[in-house]
Design a protein around this ligand. Structure first.
Ligand SMILES: C[S@@+](CC[C@H](N)C(=O)[O-])C[C@H]1O[C@@H](n2cnc3c(N)ncnc32)[C@H](O)[C@@H]1O
Length: 238
């Protein structure tokens, strides 16, 4: 798909505030959602929404489900063709997976979104002492959700990585899912300002040759594009 050229961000661009982002997200109306500090910051979520809109994303995989899953489904559901999108949201917590699924069903987007319950278990790509999503549950969930089509947007916001010693908890995402990404796909890592995620980004860049745009860190996310056309679409102002 042809993608428009956007001007590069102004070198002295200021941070896109969460307040501005809340206004932007008001375009995704629906029942009240229980925001908490577990959810992505609004500005980071806007960076992801921008990528969906500007680059026409339709095949989305999110690691770590929640409010973001519900809002991304609302956005994708607004965009033609009706129902022409698929989301796989991978979730380790069975109770939280149930809540997100019920919310999507209440809003009428449940048939397009597969909440993949994948417990955290020892994993060959995980750092010593850490675990990652169960490989069989993940593979089956992605097969059901993506139906063999490549991922065009990967959002990494799980597993939880804030606890002591868990800084590298999200490292396996890119090496594990790299071969499922389509040309020009976007990869977003949330909480990119934390030391653990900074190390994950360094490892991913060293191992894949990808460059993660840290300008987007102002919104709590780092964004990379695989080879292919189109801009990285952070929520920057000039
Ligand atoms: C960083 S959170 C993911 C947040 C999600 N991407 C969002 O922006 O809403 C990582 C994990 O925390 C848990 N979680 C997220 N929101 C939660 C909430 N409001 N209450 C309890 N657990 C939550 C889920 O298990 C999730 O996989």
């Amino acid at each position: 798909m042809a993608v428009p050229d956007l001007p590069p961000p102004h070198p002295r661009s200021r941070e896109f505030s969460d307040e501005a982002a809340r206004h932007a997200l008001a375009a995704l109306p629906g029942p009240y959602l229980p925001w908490s500090s577990s959810a992505m910051r609004p500005a980071g979520l806007v960076a992801v929404c921008n990528d969906i809109v500007v680059n026409g994303r339709r095949r989305v995989v999110e690691l770590g489900s929640g409010i973001s899953t519900v809002l991304l489904a609302r956005l994708l559901n607004q965009r033609p063709p009706l129902g022409g999108f698929r989301v796989a949201a991978v979730e380790h917590d069975a109770g939280w997976a149930r809540w997100v699924r019920e919310q999507l069903n209440r809003e009428g987007t449940g048939s397009q979104v597969v909440i993949v319950h994948a417990p955290l278990v020892p994993h060959p790509l995980a750092a010593p002492g850490l675990s990652w999503y169960d490989a069989a549950a993940l593979a089956e969930g992605l097969r059901t959700a993506m139906r063999g089509e490549p991922i065009d947007l990967l959002l990494v916001d799980g597993p939880p990585a804030h606890g002591a010693g868990h800084g590298l908890a999200r490292y396996p995402a890119l090496p594990d899912l790299r071969d499922r990404l389509g040309p020009g796909a976007t990869v977003v890592l949330d909480d990119a300002e934390r030391p653990g995620e900074q190390e994950v980004l360094r490892r991913w860049e060293r191992e894949t040759g990808l460059h993660f745009d840290r300008r987007a860190e102002a919104a709590g996310v780092a964004v990379a594009r695989l080879a292919g056309e189109g801009p990285v679409t952070g929520p920057w102002h000039s």
